[in-house]
Design a protein around this ligand. Structure first.
Ligand code: 5GP
Length: 206
């Protein structure tokens, strides 16, 4: 049995999800540059994917080899673990739990399947789904990022259409309008503030 603990009253677990290439990282960067008291905790998740050139271990991800990932998974250390686009990804439970216990809102950026698993396990989690202005717009963004091989790009494009079809599973859907990232970050802050006002004493158990 996994040992669960209550977070501090009002501290929220906010899942930001959406298809690959929708701009989750850009939106999170914009959130980081806004003031929050106390500061949001941004979860550093684990992956078996090799780092991209600009990525640093412990900052963008904890990069693990397959054996270490499996060991942590079997020990129940992940709130959820998922195979996404041919690699493993997992959310470290202790990191989320500790930040909530310290009274901080926790921002978790994960894929659509992982978001569903967390929502099933943690009903009080708040799910925010980012969508592109259009599917074509998403494909253009994915191609221009040029971080994947042609085959990987195919997989991500197919997955994106499937993922967009699941919008109804989310508490809030936010359109990541092109060149409107500041407004999108402001909208996310507003959603978080409104939710907390609605449930001021809520304790999220992870
Ligand atoms: P990328 O390889 O582009 O960094 O991430 C691929 C996808 O995996 C993205 O949608 C990202 O949000 C998601 N992801 C990152 N960390 C986790 C995690 O811990 N769990 C799950 N389920 N997805 C994750």
């Amino acid at each position: 049995m996994t040992d669960r603990r209550d977070g501090a009253p009002g501290a929220m677990l906010v899942i930001i999800s959406g298809p690959s290439g929708v701009g989750k990282d850009t939106v999170i960067d914009a959130l980081r540059s806004r003031q929050h008291r106390p500061e949001y905790h941004y979860v550093v998740t684990c992956t078996t994917r090799p780092p991209r050139a600009y990525e640093a271990d412990g900052v963008h991800y904890q990069f693990l080899d397959r054996a270490e990932f499996e060991r942590l998974d079997q020990a129940g250390e992940f709130l959820e673990a998922n195979f996404v686009h041919a690699n493993w990804y997992g959310t470290p439970r202790a990191q989320v739990r500790d930040a909530l216990a310290a009274g901080r809102d926790v921002i978790l950026k994960i894929d659509v399947q992982g978001a569903q698993v967390v929502k099933e396990e943690v009903q009080d989690a708040l799910l925010i789904f980012l969508v592109p202005p259009s599917l074509e717009d998403l494909f253009v963004r994915l191609r221009s990022r040029a971080t994947e091989t042609a085959d990987e790009l195919d997989v991500r494009q197919q997955n994106a259409a499937i993922e967009l079809a699941r919008q109804d599973d989310y508490d809030y859907v936010v359109v990541n309008e092109t060149d409107e990232v500041e407004a999108v970050a402001a909208r996310i802050d507003q959603i978080i503030d409104e939710e907390r006002r609605r449930h001021p004493g809520r304790r999220v158990r992870v």
